[in-house]
Design a binder for this molecule. Structure first.
Ligand SMILES: [Zn+2]
Length: 487
């Protein structure tokens, strides 16, 4: 993610550093605050062992009720009709999942909208809502290991989440349609899901809009069908994706479907009301995607691209395959969001406190871009950031555990995260450092990884003991010593 204040070159951002430390940054999603009604498990069914409800959360220390336990989603199929009159929707989301315990009931994360029906394997299921938890009780228990499909039919005008620092998340009305930007928990405003990056799944969308509007989404386009004055756009992705990266953009768009100069399919969309054009977006996307492949390894998805929507979306986000940019794009912004395709989207965090593995890497990619395109060296950018006096309270926030209120703070997470990578580079040298970046993206492609995994991997590749360096840079609430080459 790049917040508006961070949407500048790294050097400019550094000069403005004091303004980039908002007092409290992170979204505090309603579902996390919602008190969860206590309830007792239904009695075990004879012959089925102890069928119990799945947990209402995945145990993330910052957001204990985010995501749900007892099952693992493999696929979301979202069929949605957009209603321009009030930016509303009518939809059915089908979720294919596997029970990871004997399940008597399970939760989905879902906010707002009116539910018409819930079925499990085609049979209607009982449900009730408790804050952002949708509790589903199927007619029969689901044995551990069983695949099942839950379908939720709903309609309404999704409630956009608003955060004083991050801006709007979830279903965001634009001048001519809707965009979805959902980090960390906006997706539950427009479809029911297991809302935690630890449960990644493939996606298919069938989005129906009135004539004149177009739809862009994650994955690759699967063609359109006309029904009278409406058109259904199909998009799908067969690579796993964290729920917060799910993106549909509805509106008037100029669309280009081509390839980067290096041969990666690239699909971009541009709101014609915004200065600039889709050709420029494709050119920047191609340049940056190919440059990043040279550094980070094979592009992890079947297509790249971008969406430029009007500035009312507020901030850029690394929505999978094609980042969303508000009101235009610059190369450096594209570098940040496209670097996330490797770091954040393909390799996803295990828990939200690992967020520096996304933002520190995307920010360091900006430094590398400048360094390799005639701008400031990464060493210079590092020194600019490192100049902050030791007593400055921003050093107290630890990148590997910034606290929920500081999850998206620019200095401790983005800049100190990037400084950590530069400290690693200084300690192990360029050859080992770039092997670590590339190998990390490959080793954990399409999966999840945390800070401890990264420390282990960096030690393994470099053959050096790096515990002290990472302890100082990631887990100590003080300014770390200037890094030096390790012998
Ligand atoms: Zn970012």
């Amino acid at each position: 993610m790049t917040k508006p204040a961070a949407r500048r070159t790294a050097a400019a951002a550094l000069m403005l550093a004091p303004a980039l430390a908002p007092a409290c940054a992170a979204a505090q999603p309603a579902h996390d605050r919602a008190a969860r009604a206590s309830w007792s498990a239904p009695a075990a069914r004879p012959g089925h062992g102890a069928f119990r409800p799945g947990a209402s959360g995945l145990g993330d220390p910052y957001y204990p009720s985010a995501g749900n336990g007892g099952y693992d989603v493999s696929h979301y199929d979202i069929a949605l009709t957009y209603r321009p009159r009030d930016h509303g929707l009518a939809a059915t989301t089908r979720i294919t999942a596997t029970a990871t315990q004997d399940l008597s009931a399970f939760d989905l994360d879902f906010a707002g909208n009116r539910i018409g029906s819930v079925t499990v394997d085609g049979a209607s299921a009982a449900y009730r809502r408790s804050g952002q938890e949708l509790v589903v009780t199927p007619k029969k228990g689901l044995p551990k290991g069983a695949a099942f499909t839950v379908a939720v039919t709903y309609a309404g005008r999704p409630q956009t989440s608003k955060d004083p620092d991050l801006g709007r998340t979830g279903w965001i009305p634009t001048r001519d349609g809707v965009a979805t930007l959902s980090q960390p928990f906006g997706s539950a405003t427009w479809f029911p899901l297991n809302d935690h990056p630890a449960d990644k799944a493939t996606f298919a969308y069938r989005i129906t809009v009135p004539k004149g509007l177009a739809v862009v989404a994650n994955g690759e386009p699967g063609g359109t069908e006309r029904h009278g004055s409406a058109t259904t756009f199909r998009w799908s992705s067969d690579r796993p994706m964290a729920g917060y990266l799910a993106m549909i953009a509805i509106g008037r768009f100029a669309v280009l479907d081509g390839h980067t100069p290096g041969g990666v399919r690239s699909v971009s969309a541009y709101d014609p009301a915004v200065p600039g054009d889709v050709k420029g977006l494709q050119r920047i996307t191609g340049e940056v995607t190919d440059w990043a492949r040279g550094l980070f390894g094979p592009y992890p998805f079947a297509s790249t691209g971008g969406v430029v929507d009007d500035e009312s979306v507020g901030y850029a986000l690394e929505t999978q395959n094609r980042p969303t940019y508000p009101g235009g794009v610059t190369r450096v912004l594209a570098v940040h969001e496209l670097a996330h395709q490797w770091f954040g989207d393909s390799v996803s965090i295990r828990q939200w406190k690992d967020i520096w593995l996304n933002e520190g890497f995307a920010t360091y990619a900006e430094w590398l871009w400048h360094e390799r395109h005639g701008g400031a060296s990464a060493a210079y950018t590092f020194r600019q950031a490192y100049e902050r006096v030791p007593g400055d309270p921003v050093w107290k926030i630890r990148p590997a555990d910034p606290g929920r209120a500081h999850l998206f703070d620019y200095f401790p997470v983005y800049l100190r995260g990037a400084m950590t990578l530069h400290a690693l580079r200084t300690a192990v040298g360029d050859r080992a450092f770039f092997a670590i970046l590339r190998g990390w993206a490959g080793q954990h492609a399409y999966g999840n990884a945390g800070t401890a995994d990264f420390v282990r991997y960096a030690e393994q590749v470099s053959g050096k003991r790096l515990g002290g360096l990472f302890q100082a840079w990631l887990s100590t609430p003080a300014k770390p010593p200037m890094p030096a080459r390790l012998g």
